[in-house]
Design a protein around this ligand. Structure first.
Ligand code: 0O2
Length: 241
């Protein structure tokens, strides 16, 4: 209860701080930065878009191969996103880092984001292993919030990887954040994200909601593993017959 209360309070403080930063500092400072850096900033974002395409294609290829080899698709959906200017600015501010194109590339590791949604937890690890075995992929960081869920209940496998993009006269390694999750984890995270940013929720209700959501995360984890067990039994029956 104490932990959930602290989280709800932190969340409220973050909301107020975020709003302050957004309204007062971000716009002016970003406009000033863009006056000097429009082209380098836009080029960097274009490179990140290329890196997203590379990673998305790699997952599509793996999905296709599994479909041919095992007659099943491990991937349900792939979603991609480029972090917004506001998101980049907020992260730099939070970490007390300079606003320069170099600093963005060096310090913000989730400008390019790819989210891969699978039906079953086992497929998450299978896909992650297949990707990491590829010789042009360099693993920078792995955070396994499936084995070790966050206090909120959040579960997903996060990888920060470097992938090369091939430009006219240059090969450029770019960082991409990959989040791999099941449909159930994705459903939970989307709902929790929506509720997290709802305004005017009383602190005591926010605590209750956080507790309920954490419970839901545990129930949804059980469902994931039960469904996987059923899938594995069906596969075994098929192989044995
Ligand atoms: P968006 O718009 O989703 O990208 P770091 O990136 O390492 O500096 P941090 O906070 O240590 O920062 O990264 P973390 O927690 O490993 O992963 C951050 C991302 O994971 C978040 O991105 C969310 O997408 C997701 N995430 C992490 N915790 C939660 C959670 O409790 N609930 C939900 N719904 N999602 C979570 P951003 O930066 O918030 O924004």
């Amino acid at each position: 209860m104490e932990k959930q209360g602290k989280m709800a309070l932190e969340h409220w403080v973050n909301q107020v701080t975020d709003k302050f930063i957004r309204n007062t500092i971000i716009n002016d400072e970003f406009m000033e930065f863009m006056k000097e850096n429009t082209l380098p900033y836009q080029s960097l974002m274009a490179y990140y878009r290329c890196a997203i395409m590379e990673i998305e294609t790699k997952f599509k290829v793996l999905n296709e191969q599994f479909s041919l080899q095992y007659d099943r698709n491990p991937i349900e959906t792939i979603k991609t996103r480029l972090k917004s200017q506001e998101g980049i600015m907020k992260k730099l501010k939070k970490k007390n880092l300079p606003l320069t194109v170099e600093s963005i590339e060096e310090n913000i590791r989730d400008v390019a984001g790819v989210r891969v949604v699978c039906s079953f937890p086992e497929d998450i690890y299978l896909l992650a292993d297949c990707l990491l075995e590829q010789d042009d992929i360099l693993l920078i960081q792995k955070k396994d919030y499936i084995q070790n869920p966050k206090e909120s209940g959040y579960r997903s496998l996060h990888l920060i990887v470097e992938v090369p993009i091939f430009l006219q006269n240059e090969k450029r390694p770019m960082k991409v954040e990959i989040q791999l999750r099941t449909i159930a984890m994705d459903f939970w995270a989307s709902l929790e994200h929506k509720l997290r940013y709802k305004k005017n929720i009383k602190p005591e209700e926010a605590v209750r909601l956080a507790e309920e959501l954490e419970k839901c995360a545990r129930i949804s984890a059980q469902l994931d593993y039960k469904m996987q067990e059923i899938r594995n039994r069906i596969q075994k029956e098929e192989q044995d017959s």
